[in-house]
Design a protein around this ligand. Sequence first.
Ligand code: IMP
Ligand code: MG
Length: 189
Amino acid sequence: MIQTGPDKYPMSDFKEIIASKAEIKQIVSRIAGQISSSYAGKKLLVCGILKGAFIFMSDLVRQITIPAELTFMKASSYGGGASSSGDVKVAEFSELAAYGGFDILGIDDILDTGRTLCRLKEHLSAKGFASVEFCALLDKAERRESEISVKYVGKKIKNEFVVGYGLDYAEKYRDLPFIAALDDKIYGN
Ligand code: IMP
Ligand code: MG
């Protein structure tokens, strides 16, 4: 039975758990280990892509064992629904020119068509970072339309709309402590 906590969301909103709290914890610690060794001795700037990545990023940076500075960007493509508009808007929240010589690591919640990260790669590549890499908690590989290399991936999933742990459907369910596939009756409405 799917547990959501005391009456937070009806369990019937979800059809399947995609990543439990325990699995997410394991994924975060594995990726944090990889990042900690890859960037040892470097100036690491971790850049969360809002809003979806904020919970993943906050868990991840606390498990990374080397110092990192933090910033955020916003990439909007989905509007309120569940299908990509294809037009990705980018907004910065700090002056990235101040981070000369840093290696930037963009953190995203989910890699879908790849358009968002392609657009961000283009944006960040023009800023003079020592390197530009990406990390995504989830990867819907079969949906890919744009060629993008993502160095750190938490879990490959099938083509289902998922919510929780930062991921939303029309701004709902970000506060769910695990990741679940949304039931078709909600997705369709
Ligand atoms: P892409 O540009 O198609 O790769 O889309 C990436 C963005 O779309 C993610 O950062 C999410 O905000 C959103 N997205 C894609 N698939 C899902 C999903 O299954 N649940 C929630 N958001 C999603
Ligand atoms: Mg979203």
